[in-house]
Design a binder for this molecule. Structure first.
Ligand code: ATP
Length: 202
């Protein structure tokens, strides 16, 4: 999956709109301590559907919105937009005609966040699956956080297996299997109820 552009507005320390063009090859982010390097990577994980505020170093989801500094007031919303080259046609059928995909996530204070793919509102799950199927995403080993190597070494075998499954691009299948199991269970319950009713009538 080729990420080509990242736009950040009002997310954490990015109070001014920031527009990054991601060139092919290796990208490095350098800068002094506290300049926002980790915030940039968090913006990327957030637009990919990260749902844990703890892993965004925040105490609540609204904490990712610029909270004000010095003479600058806090903002009421934050938005991150990620452009993906869809030349390899990796998108779900509904979007797969497009050459590029623009995935965006916007959060408004006390109103939660919304996701869009090419302007159309979608569920968090749709965005998470889009990245999971391409073996990337908010929890993917493609993005290595500070301290993550140490965590990997100390991890239990099951946690390590999850990392391998993410890398193999099968994480999305687990989500789909779980949803299919829930639907199957609901259908079995309905059948059971039907049999009870039929038994009463008979
Ligand atoms: P280091 O090299 O020390 O790891 P870094 O370049 O990764 O630093 P970050 O941790 O990304 O820096 O950025 C930290 C800065 O972001 C701090 O100055 C902090 O005040 C600011 N910050 C974090 N959340 C918000 C927010 N919601 N609103 C405003 N500023 C924020």
């Amino acid at each position: 999956m080729k990420l080509t552009r990242l736009k950040i507005v009002g997310f954490k320390s990015f109070v001014e709109p920031a527009d990054f063009h991601i060139e092919p090859g290796l990208t490095g982010v350098v800068g002094p301590n506290g300049c926002g390097k980790s915030n940039l990577v968090e913006a990327l994980r957030w637009v990919m559907g990260e749902s844990s505020h703890k892993s965004m170093r925040a105490s609540g989801m609204d904490d990712v919105i610029f909270a004000g500094s010095g003479n600058r007031p806090a903002r009421n919303s934050a938005e991150v937009m990620l452009t993906i080259d869809n030349g390899e046609r990796i998108a779900p059928a509904a979007f797969n005609d497009a050459d590029t995909l623009e995935v965006s996530r916007k959060i408004v204070r006390e109103s939660g966040s919304t996701y869009r793919i090419n302007g159309r509102e979608v569920r968090a799950r749709d965005v998470q699956l889009l990245f999971a199927d391409a073996a990337t995403g908010a929890r993917s080993p493609a993005m290595v956080r500070q301290g993550q190597i140490g965590e990997l070494i100390a991890a239990k075998p099951q946690a390590r297996r999850r990392i391998l499954e993410d890398a193999a691009g099968i994480a999305g299948l687990h989500t789909r299997r779980h949803e299919a199991e829930l639907r199957l269970r609901a259908a079995e319950d309905n059948l059971q109820r039907l049999e009870d009713v039929l038994g009463e009538i008979g």
